[in-house]
Design a protein around this ligand. Structure first.
Ligand SMILES: [Zn+2]
Length: 166
């Protein structure tokens, strides 16, 4: 899969215009999941209207959570591209910040995961299973190191591209 191509339909968006945390990723999920449902890949449990880390309930239905669907399909929701000389000099600490941020988010919200970290011709690309993690990573790096931060949002498919450069 080539992540370097820019999918059509991305538009620049101000941070305060991004969708709220409460927008649920409906990627490939049915209109309404039965409760409880357990994801066979990661073990997350859908209960009380959201995916959570819980003990597997007896007699749970089985269905992939949106994050595992995206992993299987290699179809990220968030794309964070990092570039610049500062990045090259501080790559290790910046990557540590990103991994810490993922661990914090994922502990609370099972759908927030990093899919892959790779080098592209534009810089370092981090792909995520959810747009909120992509946004959080961009904001955490900007908060810690300043630099230039941009958001490009595709509202049709609920995909987010974040570019950070310093
Ligand atoms: Zn899952």
């Amino acid at each position: 899969m080539n992540y370097q191509t820019h999918p059509a339909g991305f538009n620049p968006v101000r941070r305060d215009r991004l969708p709220l945390e409460t927008v649920m990723d409906s990627y490939k999920s049915k209109a309404k999941l039965s409760e409880p449902t357990v994801c066979p890949d990661c073990g997350a449990v859908f209960k009380a209207g959201r995916w959570q880390w819980l003990e597997k309930p007896a007699g749970a239905h089985q269905e992939l959570c949106p994050a595992c669907h995206r992993m299987r399909d290699h179809f990220p929701a968030g794309y964070v591209t990092l570039s610049g000389d500062f990045l090259a000099k501080h790559e290790q600490e910046i990557m540590q910040l990103i991994k810490n941020r993922e661990a914090q988010e994922k502990a609370e919200r099972p759908l927030q995961r990093i899919m892959a970290i790779e080098q592209t011709k534009e810089g370092t690309l981090i792909t995520t299973t959810d747009i909120h993690l992509a946004r959080n990573i961009g904001e955490a790096i900007h908060h810690a190191y300043q630099g230039e931060l941009e958001f490009h949002y595709n509202s049709d498919q609920n995909l987010l591209r974040v570019n950070w450069a310093r």
